[in-house]
Design a protein around this ligand. Structure first.
Ligand code: AMP
Ligand code: GLY
Length: 425
């Protein structure tokens, strides 16, 4: 099938990687796209290949044997482990930061230090050693305050504290029960308030191309209730986002890239700024060293058929000054397994996918899925994303919800309010 003979390998297995692979395949040269390890819900011609060894050197050797023209790394874990370094050592072109640059996500204190150096607005913070110093810091900031673990904790390392009861509960978990035993450093931050915005750019280390602003929905339930998840949906663009916000966000990305170069850890790949629009202006809550999931599902299609050439130019250190990314309204609704996020139920059959795939103006991106006796069944928490596209967010939302209603999954859960506020509902 490959017109150009180019072979692109996407590392990862979720809906974000499915969206990236799908976008790359739109390139006019019709490259061959492999997803590693992918999942059996993805189209067969992505030629899903087996899991990679965890060791970056071994993984790079294995990837090298496939002779890809470009490797695009989706998730944070292989980035933090140094997969992009190991690939570069072998002379393989790769989109994704080095392990030392990926520390901007893997170590929240590293990110705080870069922000402090570059004068980037973020919440004040104090590094804490033990329960006593956490109490002191919370006393000095007042409520709300936020206790954060330094390292990667799959969303479990952040405790927003509104009261002394919240504080005691967090201290119990962290310092007495040692629920986060792999975490050694903690800090306390002043609590901020305002709407959150995901601002994601593609960068060659100096120049960058911003994707449209988006919002993700982290809680499992409607009205932002219930426990945190990996993300239950996303919407783009946002009505409250002004030209001044865009300018401020671009400025802070520019300063961040400067701080990363100055520190000797230039950042190439997708840089994700988790922003909060506070009464004093935009502030950075966190950086991620990768595309967001489910943000990718609504934003990657914005590049249309130019995605691959943009990725290649970022890898080559020469992103174009101008590129067209559409601001078409999109809404992604995530279908999660029963029991998610605590204990997702595996092995439940999915029905109606063929019908759902045929719907106009929607796309399906597959995630926690495996094959059992020739059927697609659940395997993990977030099972798939349905993305609706329209002239308005209201239309995008209607399409996404119409399509997701065609999919049968016993015990399946999805939020019904993704994009509702943006649609004025
Ligand atoms: P993080 O992983 O640092 O983005 O934190 C996860 C979530 O915790 C964010 O999306 C916010 O909802 C919340 N959060 C983090 N830091 C703060 C803060 N300083 N003030 C208020 N909420 C915060
Ligand atoms: N959607 C949030 C994240 O990818 O971290």
């Amino acid at each position: 099938m490959a017109g150009s003979g180019k072979r692109i390998l996407v590392v990862g297995s979720g809906a974000r990687e499915h969206a990236l692979a799908d976008g790359i395949r739109q390139d006019p040269s019709r490259p061959e796209v492999l997803v590693c390890p992918g999942n059996p819900g993805m189209p067969g011609d992505f030629r899903v290949v087996p899991s990679l060894p965890e060791d970056p050197g071994e993984a790079a050797k294995w990837i090298g044997s496939l002779s890809p023209d470009l490797v695009v790394i989706g998730p944070e874990k292989p980035l933090a482990a140094g997969l992009s370094d190991a690939l570069r050592e072998k002379g393989i072109a790769v989109l994704g930061p080095s392990a030392s640059a990926a520390r901007i996500e893997a170590s929240k204190l590293f990110a705080k230090e870069r922000m402090r150096e570059a004068g980037i607005p973020t919440a004040d913070f104090q590094v804490t050693e033990d329960a006593g110093s956490v109490r002191d810091a919370v006393r000095s900031f007042g409520y709300p305050a936020v206790l954060k673990a330094d390292g990667l904790a799959q969303g479990k390392g952040v405790f927003v504290l509104h009261s002394p009861e919240d504080l005691e509960e967090a201290l119990e978990k962290v310092f007495r029960r040692h629920d986060l035993e792999s975490q050694t450093k903690f800090f306390v931050e002043k609590g901020l308030s305002g709407p959150e915005v995901s601002f994601i750019v593609l960068t060659d280390g100096t120049r960058f191309l911003p994707f449209p602003e988006a919002r993700d929905y982290k809680r499992i339930g409607d009205g932002n209730r219930g426990p945190n998840t990996g993300g239950m949906g996303a919407v783009t663009p946002l009505s409250g986002w002004t030209p001044k916000d865009q300018e401020d966000a671009c400025h802070l990305i520019d300063r961040t890239l400067w701080a990363m170069r100055r520190h000797g850890t230039p950042f190439q790949g997708f840089l994700y700024a988790g922003l909060m629009k506070t009464p004093e202006g935009l502030k950075v809550l966190e950086f991620n060293a990768r595309f967001g999931d489910p943000e990718a599902q609504v934003l990657v299609p914005a590049a249309g058929e130019s995605l691959l050439s943009l990725l290649e130019s970022a890898v080559g250190g020469a992103l174009p000054a101008e590129a067209h990314l559409s601001r078409t309204p999109r809404v992604a609704v995530v279908l999660a397994a029963g029991g998610y996020p605590e204990k997702p139920v595996s092995g439940i059959a999915l029905q109606g996918l063929d019908k759902a795939r045929e719907q106009d103006g929607t796309r399906l991106y597959m995630a926690g899925i495996k094959e059992k006796n020739g059927q697609l069944v659940t395997s993990g928490g977030r099972i798939l994303s349905v993305v609706g596209e329209g002239k308005t967010i209201r239309e995008a939302r209607e399409k996404a919800y119409r399509t997701i209603s065609l999919i049968g999954l016993e015990g399946g859960q999805f939020r019904t309010d993704i994009g509702a506020e943006e649609a004025g509902e």
